[in-house]
Design a protein around this ligand. Structure first.
Ligand SMILES: *[C@@H]1O[C@H](CO)[C@@H](O)[C@H](O)[C@H]1NC(C)=O
Ligand SMILES: *[C@@H]1O[C@H](CO)[C@@H](O)[C@H](O)[C@H]1NC(C)=O
Ligand SMILES: *[C@@H]1O[C@H](CO)[C@@H](O)[C@H](O)[C@H]1NC(C)=O
Ligand SMILES: *[C@@H]1O[C@H](CO)[C@@H](O)[C@H](O)[C@H]1NC(C)=O
Ligand SMILES: *[C@@H]1O[C@H](CO)[C@@H](O)[C@H](O)[C@H]1NC(C)=O
Ligand SMILES: *[C@@H]1O[C@H](CO)[C@@H](O)[C@H](O)[C@H]1NC(C)=O
Ligand SMILES: *[C@@H]1O[C@H](CO)[C@@H](O)[C@H](O)[C@H]1NC(C)=O
Ligand SMILES: *[C@@H]1O[C@H](CO)[C@@H](O)[C@H](O)[C@H]1NC(C)=O
Length: 441
C-alpha cells in the first residue's frame, strides 16, 4: 500500500520534517561557534574532522576549504569534496620525499584516513554503493600506515567473541616500551556511527601522552564489523567488551594495571559501555561521553507526534512507507536522512519500524543498578538527542556517578570540536577518582 500520495500522508510528512533523526543535528541559531555550513548536520560533520586535527587527524586549512566547497545539504557534494581531499592527501603521502621521517608519514596518512572516513559519511543509504567498501579499504590502509609510524606502533587485534558468532576488531596502543611496567589502561568504544580510527584522535593520542595504554574496539553494527561480518548492532554489549577485557588481562597482563582498567563509551557508546559495565565485574571505572538512558526516547522525539502514533499503534507498513518515501523523494532534512540511512545500515534492516523496535532494547533501566564502579557521566549543553538523559543516569547511579556538564563551545554532542577540554576533564577525573579510592576498588 502506498500512502504518500494522500493528503493525510503529506501532512504527516510535513510534520515529520521539523527536525533531524540524528544526534548530530542541532539548532544552528544557538551555535556558539562560527558556522562551517548552513546545514546543521553538515556543520557538525565538518566540526568532527576539525576536532580530530588537534591530534593529527587532519589539517585546519584544507578542512576549512572543504567546508567552503561543500554545498549545504547536498550529500553528494560532501562525499565528492572529501573524496578529492583524501585523494590529494594520499598523493602527498605517497610522494617519496615524504617518507623520510615517521612524523611526515603518520601525519599525511592519518589525515588521508580521516578524509576518506568523512567521504564515507553520507553513503549508507544505498547498501550496494561500491564506495562503502572501497573508501573504507582506503581509510583502513591509510590509517594502518599511520599507526605503523607511531613511536610505539599500534597493533590490530582480532578477538573472537565467546558468546556470539562474531569477531571483535581492535587496536592495541602501548604507552611504554617497557615489557613489565603495569600502566592504567583505557578500553574505548564508539556508538552509532564513529570508527575506532576516530577514537585514536579523540581519546587515544591524549591518553598515550598521559601514560595510559589504550585499546579501541568495534563490535556488531560498527564500521568494520558491519562491513566485514555483515552484522548489525546487538544490545547485550558485554558480549563485545568481555572478550576485550579477557584479552587485556591475559595477553597484556604484564603491562596493564588491572586495578585501573577503565571502559569509555562515546555517543551511543554511552549506552553500550553502561550495559557492559553492568555485566563485566573486572572494570575499575566507566566514562560515558555522554550518559544515555533510553535510545528509543532519543529517536522517537525526532518524529512528529502523528508519525509516532502510527508506529505506536503498530501500523508498521504505513510508518515505513511514510518515512522511506520521504527519504527517497529527498524531502527529509539532512539529519533525518542521514539518521535513517545510518540507522538502517548499522542495525541491518530495511525497515524503519524494525529499527525503532530494535532500539527499544537499548535502555539502561533494567540493569543500571548492577553497576558497582565509579562512573563519569558527561552531559552537553547543546545536546539535541539525549536531552536530560545524563542526569537520569547519574541520579540512578547515586554516589557512584560524577555528572559533568560541558558548556558553551564544548557543549556539542560528544564535545566535538573541544577535544582538549574533553581529555583534560576525563583525565582529571580519573586521577582524582583513583587517588581518592586508594587501590582503585
Ligand atoms: C549561509 O547562508 C548565508 C545567507 O544565505 C550566506 O551568506 C553564507 O555564506 C552561508 N554560509 C555558508 C557556510 O554556507
Ligand atoms: C549536488 O552536488 C553534486 C556534486 O557537486 C552536483 O552534481 C549536484 O547537481 C548537486 N545537487 C543539487 C540538487 O544541487
Ligand atoms: C579519487 O581517486 C580514485 C582513484 O584512486 C578515483 O577513482 C576517484 O574518482 C577520485 N575521486 C575524486 C573525487 O577525485
Ligand atoms: C545503488 O547503487 C547501485 C550500485 O552503484 C546502483 O546500481 C543502484 O542503482 C543504486 N540504487 C539506488 C536506489 O540509487
Ligand atoms: C558464524 O558466521 C559465519 C559467517 O559470518 C557463518 O558462516 C557460520 O555459519 C556462523 N556459525 C554459526 C554457528 O552461526
Ligand atoms: C494503518 O494505516 C492505514 C492508513 O491510514 C489504515 O487504513 C489502516 O487501517 C491502519 N491499520 C491499523 C491496524 O491501524
Ligand atoms: C595523578 O597525577 C599525579 C600528578 O601528575 C600523579 O603523580 C599521580 O600518579 C596520578 N595518579 C593517578 C592515579 O593517575
Ligand atoms: C595522587 O597520588 C600521588 C601518589 O600516588 C600523589 O603524588 C599526588 O599528589 C596525588 N594527587 C592528588 C590530586 O591528590
Amino acid at each position: 500500500m502506498k500512502f504518500h500520495s494522500s493528503a493525510y500522508a503529506a501532512s504527516l510528512l510535513a510534520a515529520a520534517l521539523h527536525s533531524g533523526v540524528a544526534s548530530a543535528a542541532y539548532d544552528t541559531s544557538k551555535s556558539p561557534l562560527l558556522l562551517l555550513s548552513n546545514d546543521s548536520t553538515m556543520n557538525f560533520d565538518l566540526l568532527t574532522p576539525l576536532g580530530e586535527s588537534i591530534t593529527g587527524g587532519g589539517d585546519v586549512g584544507p578542512i576549512l576549504a572543504a567546508a567552503k566547497d561543500v554545498k549545504a545539504g547536498n550529500m553528494t557534494s560532501f562525499t565528492e569534496v572529501f573524496y578529492k581531499l583524501a585523494n590529494d592527501t594520499k598523493a602527498q603521502a605517497e610522494d617519496p620525499d615524504n617518507a623520510y621521517d615517521p612524523v611526515n608519514v603518520r601525519d599525511t596518512w592519518f589525515s588521508a584516513a580521516g578524509y576518506f572516513r568523512k567521504a564515507d559519511n553520507y553513503l549508507h543509504g544505498n547498501w550496494s554503493n561500491p564506495l562503502i567498501e572501497s573508501l573504507w579499504d582506503e581509510q583502513l590502509d591509510a590509517f594502518n600506515k599511520g599507526i605503523a609510524a607511531l613511536p610505539i606502533p599500534g597493533k590490530r587485534i582480532r578477538i573472537p567473541a565467546t558468546k556470539g558468532n562474531f569477531t571483535v576488531e581492535a587496536i592495541w596502543y602501548s604507552a611504554s616500551e617497557s615489557k613489565h611496567k603495569k600502566l592504567p589502561t583505557l578500553i574505548i568504544g564508539n556508538g552509532f556511527d564513529a570508527a575506532q580510527e576516530d577514537s585514536y584522535h579523540n581519546f587515544v593520542a591524549p591518553s598515550l601522552a598521559r601514560g595510559w595504554n589504550c585499546i579501541t574496539y568495534e563490535g556488531p553494527g560498527q564500521p568494520t564489523v558491519r562491513r566485514n561480518q555483515g552484522l548489525g548492532f546487538i544490545p547485550d554489549w558485554e558480549k563485545v567488551v568481555t572478550p576485550v577485557v579477557d584479552y587485556v588481562l591475559s595477553e597484556k597482563k604484564d603491562v596493564v594495571d588491572s586495578t585501573r582498567l577503565i571502559l569509555l563509551g562515546n555517543s551511543m557508546g554511552g549506552y553500550l559501555a553502561a550495559r557492559a559495565a553492568a555485566f563485566e565485574p573486572r572494570l575499575s571505572a566507566a566514562v560515558l561521553i555522554d550518559g544515555v538512558w533510553d535510545n528509543y526516547a532519543a529517536y522517537a522525539r525526532e518524529l512528529s507526534p502523528e508519525l509516532l502514533a502510527i508506529y505506536e499503534a503498530g501500523n508498521y507498513t504505513q510508518f515505513d512507507d511514510v518515512l522511506l518515501s520521504a527519504r527517497e523523494a529527498g524531502k527529509l532534512p539532512t539529519g533525518a536522512a542521514w539518521g535513517i540511512d545510518q540507522g538502517l545500515w548499522a542495525f541491518r534492516t530495511h525497515s524503519p519500524s524494525d529499527f525503532f523496535t530494535q532500539i527499544k532494547s537499548y535502555n539502561v533501566e533494567s540493569f543500571i543498578h548492577k553497576i558497582r564502579i565509579p562512573v563519569f557521566v558527561g552531559d552537553a549543553e547543546l545536546e539535541s538527542s539525549y536531552i536530560g538523559q545524563p542526569k537520569q543516569v547519574a541520579d540512578a547511579l547515586g554516589h557512584r556517578a560524577t555528572l559533568h556538564t560541558f558548556k558553551g563551545a564544548a557543549g556539542f554532542h560528544c564535545q566535538t570540536g573541544a577535544g582538549q577540554e574533553l581529555s583534560r576533564t576525563i583525565h582529571a577525573w580519573l586521577n582524582k577518582t583513583f587517588n581518592n579510592t586508594g587501590d582503585g576498588h
